[in-house]
Write a protein that binds this ligand. Structure first.
Ligand SMILES: NC(=O)c1ccc[n+]([C@@H]2O[C@H](COP(=O)([O-])OP(=O)(O)OC[C@H]3O[C@@H](n4cnc5c(N)ncnc54)[C@H](OP(=O)(O)O)[C@@H]3O)[C@@H](O)[C@H]2O)c1
Length: 253
């Protein structure tokens, strides 16, 4: 049985977040708050969670509204006392959008970084006071280094990684833990229309199962799949000039 009593999962209306919320419910988490914008999908999920004899709370929030996000999570925390916060919601750039335009960057920056930061810190001081809590950020292997045409997605995910590292450092000795989940390709709506190669594709349910199995040990990082993670990390550590050369080679081929 899970050691968590009350969890919040953002981006729970589809894909990885939905699978994570269900897996947490199956693992024994007593109360789950599921957050996203699409109410009908959240209501369906809540019914599935209740069928597992867990409590489910639906929160329709646009996470780009960070003030609302913080206010709602704090209100719920007064009743539920979260001991697990999973920041999973995210979006990519719309296909065909100009990768250099602010209009393309805006959505992912607001949701994938600001929304994630608001989610992760909304009740953090209370967790510290209670000396109990676990923050989980769903990141991406794409944050290991710059990729062509991907500023909208890579930049906020890299920022999320830095935020998690800083929080972990400041939370030493508090019994509040921080885990950065770095994922490769997962078959969800987010990548359904992607045309670039997506090696070692994972299924959302398998990803959720592996994350939930490992969370109780509060690892610093969970990297899935490991082999692609290792290769991406090495590529990300190459000097910028070499990476730019490779990107130019691919563009001109
Ligand atoms: N799929 C992959 O290959 C992959 C790889 C690495 C990392 N990830 C990360 O995994 C996480 C989940 O993505 P996914 O693949 O499961 O994609 P998905 O099926 O498209 O799910 C994205 C979730 O984020 C929510 N969301 C988006 N914008 C929101 C907003 N403004 N306010 C509130 N919720 C919002 C969506 O809900 P609503 O639309 O209902 O609001 C949905 O529940 C993301 O952080 C993504 O970056 C995915």
């Amino acid at each position: 049985m899970s050691s968590y009593r009350a969890a919040v999962v953002t981006g729970a209306s589809s894909g990885i977040g939905r699978a994570l919320a269900l897996q947490l419910a199956r693992s024994g988490v007593a109360a789950l708050v599921v957050v996203a914008r699409r109410r009908e999908l959240l209501d369906d999920l809540a019914r599935e969670i209740r069928a597992l004899e867990r409590r489910a709370y639906v929160e329709c929030i646009d996470l780009s509204d960070t003030e609302l996000t913080v206010a709602r999570l704090r209100a719920l925390d007064r009743e539920l006392r979260f001991d697990l916060v999973v920041s999973n919601a995210g979006l990519g750039a719309p296909s065909g959008a100009n990768p250099l335009a602010w209009e393309t960057l805006r959505g992912p920056f607001h949701v994938n970084f600001c929304g994630a930061a608001a989610t992760l810190t909304a009740v953090l001081p209370d967790m510290v006071e209670r000396r109990r809590g676990h923050l989980v950020g769903i990141g991406s292997l794409s944050a290991y280094g710059a990729l062509p045409n991907a500023a909208a997605y890579c930049t906020p995910k890299a920022g999320l990684g830095m935020l998690l590292d800083c929080l972990r450092m400041d939370l030493q000795g508090t019994d509040v833990h921080v885990t950065h989940v770095r994922l490769g390709f997962v078959r969800t709506a987010m990548v359904a229309h992607s045309t670039h190669p997506m090696p070692q594709m994972l299924e959302a349910e398998a990803v959720a199962q592996r994350i939930v199995e490992r969370l109780p040990r509060a690892p610093r990082e969970i990297v899935l799949p490991r082999a692609l993670g290792m290769a991406t990390r090495v590529a990300g550590a190459l000097p910028g000039s070499l990476r730019e050369l490779a990107a130019r080679f691919v563009r001109e081929r």
